[in-house]
Design a protein around this ligand. Structure first.
Ligand code: GLC
Ligand code: MG
Length: 249
């Protein structure tokens, strides 16, 4: 068995199927101890909301944390974000201006303060309204030459991030830092903000059986033989995929 880099979303992916999560955590921990496999959580949650979930679910300690939709990377239990990554994101990012433009759209409702981060402005917007409003918002932001990207998840969450960031780019940053080949890297997710994990390169991908329509639609448009669509839910689907790719027995 060889070490691999395991990168997973949390809500409705790693978390949400308790019995399977217990089994998966045990297997990953054994693999980490025996072979040096690395475990990364990549979530949209801020540090505050991550800690809540970590305690509620008693999640195992990861080797790195990717928080706030890839805009913050925390290595080896550190509580300040990796400065090299923040430096990359700061080029061309003007948070105040992004916020001002977002606030000028009455259809957007700002998410709670805890979810507003240095490199992330987050709002709520209803699916029906989003279809027409998001292109207008993007055009407005681009008029000001703001180097941004919009990520829409779960029919409600809108994240505005620097162009150079998302979960996929953060994952690649770690993969290159730790020197894992794409073939020895596996990413897992269920919703819109996970598309970047699957789309950035040819890492192995596991889409859990309970994936959201936005991810399934993307997967159907861009199928790839290094991506596995699981039957089982959340951690159960991850176990299925890890066996399919031969990462676990
Ligand atoms: C998490 C974050 C939220 C974000 C969403 C989708 O729920 O708390 O800010 O919008 O993920 O990325
Ligand atoms: Mg999720």
């Amino acid at each position: 068995m060889k070490p691999f880099l395991f990168v997973t979303d949390l809500d409705h992916t790693f978390v949400g199927n308790d019995a399977a999560l217990t089994e998966l955590s045990q297997k990953l921990d054994q693999h980490r101890q025996a072979y040096g496999t690395k475990i990364v959580y990549a979530t949209g949650r801020s540090p505050i909301l991550y800690r809540e979930l970590q305690q509620e679910q008693n999640l195992m300690q990861p080797d790195a944390l990717v928080l706030s939709v890839g805009t913050e990377i925390y290595l080896d239990g550190h509580d300040t974000p990796d400065a090299g990554w923040s430096e990359i994101l700061s080029t061309g990012w003007d948070r105040e201006l992004v916020l001002k433009i977002a606030k000028s759209f009455p259809e957007l409702e700002l998410q709670p303060d805890s979810e507003q981060r240095e490199f992330k402005v987050s709002c709520f917007i209803d699916q029906q309204v989003a279809v027409t409003v998001l292109p207008k918002l993007e055009a407005e932001l681009q008029k000001c030459e703001l180097n941004i990207k919009l990520i829409y998840s779960s029919g409600i969450d809108l994240d505005i991030l620097p162009q150079s960031s998302d979960k996929g780019q953060a994952m690649q940053f770690l993969r290159q830092k730790w020197k894992f080949a794409a073939e020895q890297t596996v990413v897992c997710g269920d919703s819109g903000n996970d598309i970047a994990l699957f789309a950035v390169g040819n890492e192995r991908g596991i889409i859990v059986g309970n994936a959201r329509p936005e991810l399934l639609q993307w997967h159907n448009e861009y199928p790839a033989n290094y991506r596995y669509l699981a039957q089982d839910l959340c951690a159960g689907g991850i176990l299925e995929g890890l066996k399919y790719f031969g990462f676990l027995e």
